[in-house]
Design a protein around this ligand. Structure first.
Ligand SMILES: Nc1ncnc2c1ncn2[C@@H]1O[C@H](COP(=O)(O)OP(=O)(O)OP(=O)(O)O)[C@@H](O)[C@H]1O
Ligand SMILES: [Mg+2]
Length: 351
């Protein structure tokens, strides 16, 4: 059974993506065989601690990583019927910003300080949609309004530094949405913002999804954010997907010891402290070779002999076919519910 890959209505299908950086000292195996799909109109959340390969995975899809030092050593990225990794540079440019909107991790550096916000919105509208300057300007004002910027029309001629952090982030979202993309990839778009503004932006995203029906991939450290907006969630560790499930199942019945640990670090709902995912003990895995054993084993309270010998493939958990035909998959040799080694016949490998 092929749970994370081919699927009807999949807008995006990623298969066995692997990305390696060549550094002076060694290779860094940042993405080690990642497969997943996103359906039209769906929001896929991606969580995992710093360095787990979330950004490099997403940037590899659109070849936005610097190559060299990076190289994509294997994989297919089928978007709307075409393999993005095989497109010519000009075709890929049309996809970026045209069919796939992208919000980068750092809002402070991703707007160009020397151009007005209006210019940065109008330019892609003219390039990708062929609008006249006047049409593009009108559309740009509409977009700023859509993301909740007051007096939108008058703000088009302002520069990024004249906007607050939260407003800049909204501008980023407006730019990413400018060309009516079929999919939006948002990499930690709210991390740098304070909690109230985060909440406002998440509300905007919820509304936009309803209005525009666009597919989204939302990367975050924050399990609370994902719980509120995602349909499905993937947990990454050491450049691998270690668990995948519809959001309620992941939170209600996590199967991977790493996911479980992450959820245990979440403060309760009443607790207003930040929900950042930081405090699980031990070191992140070394990425200087592809993993041949479970990369989480050194930090895992359940690790046993097989975990040190073999890297577990992703397998569907018992009764793992959840609502909507989406599966619940885990890469772990331990059966956390039975409290014994996994023993369910041959695991399938969707990677
Ligand atoms: N240009 C580069 N050269 C070498 N290694 C890199 C480069 N860019 C990223 N890496 C490595 O790839 C791995 C994955 O990084 P990535 O940025 O995808 O992590 P992340 O999950 O997005 O983390 P964060 O939550 O901090 O954003 C890390 O070990 C990182 O050091
Ligand atoms: Mg990142």
């Amino acid at each position: 059974m092929d749970s994370l890959v081919a699927r009807d209505r999949s807008l995006l299908q990623v298969k066995d993506l692997r990305t390696v950086f060549a550094t002076r000292e060694n290779d860094v195996h940042a993405v080690n065989g990642v497969s997943f799909h996103v359906r039209e109109g769906e929001l896929l959340g991606i969580v995992g601690e710093s360095g787990s390969g979330k950004s490099v995975t997403m940037m590899s899809l659109l070849k936005l990583i610097p190559m060299p030092p990076a190289r994509i050593v294997s994989g297919e990225v089928i978007f709307d019927g075409r393999d993005l990794l095989k497109l010519k540079p000009n075709e890929l440019r049309d996809v970026r910003g045209g069919q796939i909107g992208f919000i980068f991790q750092d809002p402070m550096t991703s707007l160009n300080p020397v151009f007005t916000v209006g210019f940065q919105l109008i330019e892609p509208l003219q390039t990708h949609l062929g609008l006249s300057k006047k049409e593009a300007r009108a559309r740009a004002a509409e977009l700023l309004e859509l993301v909740g910027i007051p007096s939108a029309k008058d703000r088009l001629d302002d520069y990024p530094h004249q906007f607050s952090g939260g407003m800049r982030q909204r501008v980023m979202i407006a730019i990413a949405l400018a060309c009516d993309p079929k999919m939006l990839i948002a990499d930690e778009p709210t991390t740098a913002l304070d909690v109230t503004i985060q909440a406002q932006i998440l509300e905007i995203v919820r509304k936009l999804r309803q209005e525009l029906g666009m597919a989204m991939i939302w990367i975050t450290h924050d399990l609370g954010v994902v719980a509120g907006i995602a349909d499905r969630v993937m947990v990454m560790y050491g450049g691998l997907i270690v668990e995948h499930a519809p959001v309620k199942r992941l939170y209600g019945a996590p199967k991977h010891p790493y996911t479980k640990a992450l959820l245990e670090t979440l403060p309760s709902l009443e607790d207003q402290r930040s929900e950042r995912l930081v405090t699980i003990g031990g070191q992140p895995p070394s990425l200087d070779a592809e993993p041949t054993s479970c990369p989480f084993a050194p930090r895992c309270q359940y690790a046993f002999e097989r975990c040190w010998r073999e890297n577990p493939p992703l397998r569907m958990v018992d009764d793992g076919l959840a609502e909507n035909g989406d599966s619940h998959d885990v890469a772990c040799w331990w059966d956390i519910d039975r409290g014994e080694p996994f023993n369910g016949g041959e695991p399938f490998d969707v990677r």
